[in-house]
Design a protein around this ligand. Structure first.
Ligand SMILES: NC(=O)c1ccc[n+]([C@@H]2O[C@H](COP(=O)([O-])OP(=O)(O)OC[C@H]3O[C@@H](n4cnc5c(N)ncnc54)[C@H](OP(=O)(O)O)[C@@H]3O)[C@@H](O)[C@H]2O)c1
Length: 165
């Protein structure tokens, strides 16, 4: 299982149930990495998408509170249900895509992380776990890329001891 996210200098990822920055190059990267794959997310992240609609060309699985049902994506209500659902897919093709609550729970189970680092402070109110403090290994850092006035770097981390989900 993999995780993908854009973080600011402080590992911030969002505020007001929205992203911190508009980053066309990162959106492109996200689309390319996750196209045709399975994405799983917390309910607030689904609500943060345009029209609160799931992402096209991907299997969308959402962990949502009891009572929430949707006919346009797969909804699960517990981590047990999520685990059962995810067992149907090749774990290399499953991406944890947010948000903060869901990342916090799922990071220990992921083995690879696509972390886009934005060289700015977005004054976030919600954060990604700090992978440097967790002892995960940086395996790739791209050259800096300019997009919409921001400097970003694509980085990859590996978790040497992922838990089994
Ligand atoms: N920068 C990025 O790449 C990126 C990517 C995705 C999202 N975001 C940002 O992240 C923010 C949303 O994050 P968030 O933390 O508010 O919401 P979230 O994790 O997307 O969703 C929270 C919801 O999902 C359920 N949930 C999530 N984890 C759960 C768990 N471990 N166990 C049970 N239920 C769980 C919760 O249910 P209950 O209500 O029952 O607890 C809650 O309703 C937004 O600002 C969004 O833009 C940023």
């Amino acid at each position: 299982m993999k995780s993908i996210v854009a973080v600011d200098k402080k590992w911030g990822i969002g505020k007001n149930n929205d992203l911190l920055f508009s980053l066309p190059e990162d959106m492109k990267f996200f689309r390319e990495k996750t196209a045709g794959k399975t994405v799983c997310m917390g309910y607030n992240t689904l609500l943060s998408f345009p029209g609160s609609k799931p992402l096209k060309n991907r299997v969308n699985i959402v962990l949502a509170p009891e009572g929430v049902e949707r006919d346009d994506c797969i909804v699960v209500h517990t981590l047990e249900e999520l685990s059962k659902e995810l067992s149907k897919y090749n774990s290399d093709d499953v991406f944890v895509i947010g948000g903060a609550m869901f990342y916090k729970t799922m990071v220990p189970y992921c083995d690879e992380f696509y972390i886009t680092k934005v060289d700015a402070d977005g004054e976030a109110t919600v954060f990604y776990p700090n992978l440097d403090e967790m002892g995960f290994e940086v395996t790739f850092v791209s050259e800096p890329i300019e997009t919409n006035g921001y400097t970003i770097r694509f980085t990859t981390y590996k978790n040497p001891n992922p838990l089994k989900f």
